[in-house]
Design a protein around this ligand. Sequence first.
Ligand code: SF4
Length: 592
Amino acid sequence: MTIWRGNALRIDMTEHRIERAETPENGIGGRTWNSVTLLRELEPGIDPLGPDNLLCISVGPLTGSELISTCRIIASAKSPLTGYLGDSGARGFFAPEMRWAGWDQIVFSGASERWVYLFIDNDTVELRDASHLVGLDITETTVALIQELGDPDLQVAAIGPAGEKLVKYSIISCNLSRACGRTGMGAVMGSKKIKAIVVRGDKPVQPADPDRFQKACSDLKANIEAHRQFESRRLYGTTRIMESLAEMGVLPAYHYRSTVFEELDKIGSEALRRDHVVKSKACYNCNVYCSRYNYTSYGEGEGPEYEAQAAFTVKCGSADLELGVHVSNLVNRLGIDCISTGEVIAWLMECRHEGVISDADCDGVDLSWGSKEALLKLPEMIAKREGIGDLLAEGTKRAAEKFGTEARKLTAEVKGLELFSADPRGIKGYGLMNAVNSRGGDHYRGEPMIELTGDEELAMRRVGNPNAAHRLSEEGKGALVNYAEHMGILSDSMTICKNISCCMDVVDFDLAADAYSGLLGCDITKDEIWAVCSHVSQVERDFNLREGLRVEEDTLPERFVGIPIPDGPSKGTVIDIDRLVKDYYEVKGWEH
Ligand code: SF4
């Protein structure tokens, strides 16, 4: 069903040829267009870092509109990290600017012989020399381009040294620290020798039916302001969940060896706010203001979000919050994904703790728990592929093949994508989401947050099973993950921030129908939007099956299966991932 077709740029990087086109006829923006494009146009089995891969960057019809936080780009390609579907979204201000410039999707094909950046100023679209930017980190690249072009309001999406070196979990960063972080989209951009995309636009988004659109905007604003987490998100951002996960007993301390971290007060959200947060910040048109600038004795930056904060403290057994904040800033500048980087380092520390590897295997870097040397040196070595960093840049799955079977048993990845900072055994919907979603081990595909609320009425309303409201229940989790996946696809198409749509659960399909209908001046029902999301879910499954995905890969890492949580409030909890996956397959209508 064609709802709306946007303007696309088709850029052949081999020939440096730029053509105008349209977005695919089916889809509702962002991820839906990208996934359809990849399934339709990529040959199976291509090298993700070769010229045959496509890099699709999309916004959607709602991006840059008055609807709160419609601020994300979605970058998609075959992932060099997993070999399956790759995609990731970035918030900030780049996406609205791209929409205001009049472009809804950019599809890069081929590969350039020399480094360039893409310059977009409304209808002016040019590839320009970027040889002077090579080797610069993301902050340096962004500042250099803004100074060179003389416009502080330009928006820049850039890769750092890691993307240039094709590190398989390198990022594309908008606004210095808002990243397409997962699945290595920065490496695909680097493989095409695109150092940055610069955009300026001045065509505002005008709703065709202002009254209906305004209703959706007002409803969303009211829903956010009435939410019980409105104030705490403004104060602490996502770091507020550090204490929540500790209370639940699912912290990943010492690389999932324990859920208890004795020095939590030194690394938690209050310590971060007290000692390092300078001021709050919002992305485009957002009233939550959950982002924060930080200051440490090492320097300054933005963030961290919970995932970076936890990855570089509790997961590595470090109580040095200032160091953790600095490492978060460092990986943002180098252009590597904080989740994958933290997971690689924590995994090495556990391997060393277990005697599976020694410091000598890692170029003499001290790999003891909480090692300052490891946390400072390894990100640089990975981003620049120096020494052992060259192997670690391939991700834990490939690195473990070098270090052997015992090291492999300690990894925490699904389909090659490193896991988030929580123990999936004690939050079973999240465990299932990590096992089955279309980009590998990942919690943010769509958040089954309802299982953390205990709100049985909400669970009943959303997925028809009150037990889905409880994190330790395995009932109704197939339906819950299916719902969360649909909400994730919807969010990646509306380009709305998932902290709002998925985590705060303040967007539903009725509101989305009002927003799309009001903006586009047509009558789209919530069932039609649900159907588009279902279709895209199947498109992504088909893409992965075509790339060789096996049903056995829809599972959790060996270390979590059949082994109880060792301590803390969830002590003794096990996860029956086979049962959960079977339930999910039944909901999807897939064969198990
Ligand atoms: S909720 Fe936070 S991360 Fe999301 S758009 Fe608003 S300020 Fe940005």
